[in-house]
Design a protein around this ligand. Structure first.
Ligand code: SIN
Length: 292
């Protein structure tokens, strides 16, 4: 028997909406399977009209996998798996958390598979989030670039975001407790061309925020020519992967839960709601180490 969940696509590339379901920690396993299948197929899944407490959001997230540790950002008191993404109306000039193209914590050995973001108090207009499909971008890679990328790994690090030099930026957000540290300089290499562990589809694992370098034959090899190639390819990859033809943009309403597959998408939040408050709760679900 069907679950009653209705899934409808929101663009021709990525993004779908699920209606007819109430998210909670003891949701029917058949509904979890259906939501998970829609999530990995469409990469971003919007579930409107939800009312999850922080504990219930963590409980629901566990149905998709284990908790994925959150570095640098302190959790909500009494809910160690939940972080609050909040910018107050009085902080129009403050840095927008998640406001540049990235995939969550790609600098970890095992970055999160999924992120779950629940809108609690969002502006009437503005503060949309935009995702780009790295599966669609991978499908359209020119052959010569694909051949090059098969031999390239990316060096991920949180240094540009969470090293102590960035503390002033984060301290402008009164509702978030972000503690930078020297550990942000740690680096991890992941392949750029990866295979999704559930769908078997090829995808790019690229984002311009946490990828600080590339390594491959004649690229990032310590020579001047290698450094030039590295810079050129990083710029090309950023421009190509974030092209509007690969994107889906969500306009938030209070109660929305949006889940995304962090392994096959990049995202960024827009900072165009000066003078209004924006508050969402976020949980992350563990994933495997990216594999070519
Ligand atoms: C994030 O990058 O996790 C936050 C995205 C958003 O606030 O829309």
């Amino acid at each position: 028997m069907g679950t009653g969940i209705r899934v409808s696509r929101l663009t021709g590339v990525l993004g779908a909406r699920a209606d007819g379901v109430t998210l909670c920690p003891d949701i029917d396993p058949a509904e979890v399977s259906e939501l998970r299948a829609a999530l990995v197929e469409h990469e971003v899944l919007v579930v409107p009209g939800q009312a999850l407490s922080p504990g219930a959001q963590a409980g629901f997230s566990h149905l998709l996998g284990d908790y994925s540790p959150v570095p640098f950002v302190q959790p909500v008191p009494e809910h160690p798996e939940v972080i609050k993404v909040v910018k107050e109306a009085s902080e129009p000039e403050a840095f927008n958390f998640g406001g540049v193209w990235h995939s969550d914590f790609s600098f970890l050995d095992a970055p999160p598979a999924f992120t779950v973001l629940h809108a609690l108090d969002v502006p009437a207009v503005g503060g949309d989030t935009v995702w780009a499909s790295m599966t669609a971008a991978c499908d359209q890679l020119p052959d010569d670039v694909r051949e090059t990328l098969e031999q390239v790994t990316a060096v991920h690090s949180a240094s540009a975001s969470y090293s102590p030099a960035q503390q002033g930026l984060h301290s402008g957000l009164s509702g978030m407790d972000i503690r930078t540290s020297e550990a942000a300089h740690d680096t991890r290499e992941h392949p750029i061309l990866v295979t999704h562990p559930e769908t078997g589809k090829r995808s790019l694992f690229f984002n311009g925020t946490y990828i600080r370098g590339l390594r491959g034959p004649g690229i990032g090899d310590g020579t001047e020519a290698g450094a030039t190639q590295e810079r050129k390819l990083l710029r090309w990859l950023h421009d190509f992967t974030t092209h509007v033809r690969f994107t889906f943009r969500h306009r938030w309403s209070n109660g929305d839960v949006v889940l995304w597959d962090n392994r096959t998408t990049q995202h960024g939040a827009l900072n165009d709601y000066g003078g209004e408050r924006r508050e969402l709760n976020r949980t992350t679900v563990a994933g495997p180490t990216p594999a070519a």
